[in-house]
Design a protein around this ligand. Structure first.
Ligand code: NDP
Ligand code: MG
Length: 386
């Protein structure tokens, strides 16, 4: 039996992961779950799966939660350090890193340090500290298996050839809810509209990231580190149906893609069962009706976040940590009505430009810059209308 810990089990990826695990209980056992604040959801999960540990990372909740709401078989723990202890525990084989944002960095690194198999949904960890994480995994033998649908598609497609035969990878993007919008329409986007994604159901942060195309920017950086690619080898194409999840182009011109309906259960399950494939509870393709697949280039002027991602992928160093932190705060401020939608890439640009670039920072320097970039972004005021 493989022993699984799901960090961020109450989120969109986390709950899909538990659905997948429910179908794999003959070969896997859920030993750990975690949430930040939604303790009642976490408590319900302990009754469904009787994991050995449940961690609430927000320590302020220790006086609030009803211990009796949790399964008696589960030990309830509090704080970020307990998340790292769970991620590195000898009785855990696979860690699903499904916390949102740089908050997932510490526990993901703890899992990599302990040489675990890490099913990584938390792309922000790779954006902030890609080279450090990849190097650590090389040293400890930890495996990083992609959960992000595009990266899972690339991982699956790569199996059709050898590493040196790869010409480039093409990441598909739905284009988000504002595909084809005018500049004026973008300037008046409300949080409500940005939170309605046309093809995927996801947590609020990544849903806004998908609307600005910052998600694709982060995915370019994620692909660079996961697959050891140069930014020039990573292409982005808009594909509104979200059925082709990405493809790999080999040197002979052959493009190998992975297709499935837009649902995260398949990529989550593949990371858990790799190198095997199993029946999956996700929806299947319906080939009995007529439908078509469209592809077109992204509008890089309307969605400048995408080029920020390429710039950061090229420069590396401290840029990823700064871009990520600025974006996290900008998204929060947009959702609170303090910033306009179009301000999100603007403030990221401004904070990136203002930071002291270091080409080979230590992990502690990255953490310090993360804090700095959050403060800068919190202070930033928009000075333009559109
Ligand atoms: P959600 O917001 O739905 O869930 C986030 C999870 O992380 C919840 O369990 C939440 O706990 C927990 N969490 C939030 N803040 C903290 C914190 N400060 N410390 C510890 N835990 C915290 O996010 P998603 O599931 O949508 O996304 C998770 C990750 O997966 C992101 O990195 C995202 O980019 C990536 N991803 C998501 C996809 C999707 O389809 N959703 C697709 C591809 C990648 P609580 O419930 O208590 O708030
Ligand atoms: Mg994705």
């Amino acid at each position: 039996m493989k022993r699984i810990a799901v960090l961020g089990s109450t989120g969109s990826i986390g709950t899909s992961c538990l659905e997948v695990l429910d179908g794999l209980l003959d070969q896997m056992v859920l030993v750990g779950v975690s949430a930040h604040q939604r303790w009642e959801d976490l408590a319900a999960q302990t009754h469904d799966f009787s994991p050995r540990w449940a961690v609430l990372s927000d320590t302020e909740l220790s006086g609030v939660v009803r211990r009796s709401a949790f399964s008696e078989k589960t030990e309830l723990l509090f704080g970020a350090d307990e998340l790292s202890r769970l991620a590195s525990h000898v009785d855990v084989d696979i860690v699903v890193a499904a916390i949102v944002g740089a908050a997932g960095l510490q526990s993901t690194i703890a899992a990599v340090e302990a040489g675990k198999t890490v099913a990584i949904a938390n792309k922000e960890t790779l954006v902030v500290a890609g080279p450090q994480v990849v190097e650590l995994a090389r040293k400890t033998g930890a495996k990083l298996l992609p959960v992000d649908s595009e990266h899972s598609a690339i991982f699956q497609s790569l199996q059709a050839g050898k590493g040196r035969e790869v010409k480039r990878v093409v990441l598909t993007s739905s284009g988000g809810p504002f595909r084809g919008a005018t500049r004026e329409q973008l300037a008046s986007v409300t949080p409500d509209k940005a939170l309605k994604h046309p093809t995927w159901e996801m947590g609020p942060k990544i849903t806004v990231d998908s609307a600005t195309l910052m998600n694709k920017a982060l995915e370019v950086i994620e692909a660079k580190w996961l697959f050891g690619l140069e930014p020039e080898q990573i292409e982005v194409v808009v594909h509104p149906q979200s059925v082709v999840h990405s493809f790999v182009e080999f040197v002979d011109g052959s493009c190998i893609a992975q297709l499935s309906p837009p649902d995260m259960k398949l990529p989550i399950q593949y990371a858990l069962t790799w190198p095997d494939r199993m029946e999956c509870p996700g929806p299947k393709m319906d080939w009995s009706s007529t439908w078509s697949l469209d592809f077109h280039p992204p509008d890089r002027e309307l969605f400048p976040a995408l080029d920020l991602g390429y710039e950061v992928a090229r420069k590396g160093g401290t840029c990823g940590a700064v871009l990520n932190a600025a974006n996290e705060i900008a998204v929060e401020r947009f959702l609170q009505g303090e910033l306009n939608f179009v301000d999100i890439p603007r403030v990221c640009r401004a904070v990136l430009d203002a930071h002291n670039f270091d080409p080979s920072p230590s992990l502690s320097e990255l953490v310090r810059l993360d804090v700095w970039a959050r403060e800068e972004t919190t202070r930033w005021k928009s000075s333009r209308s559109i």
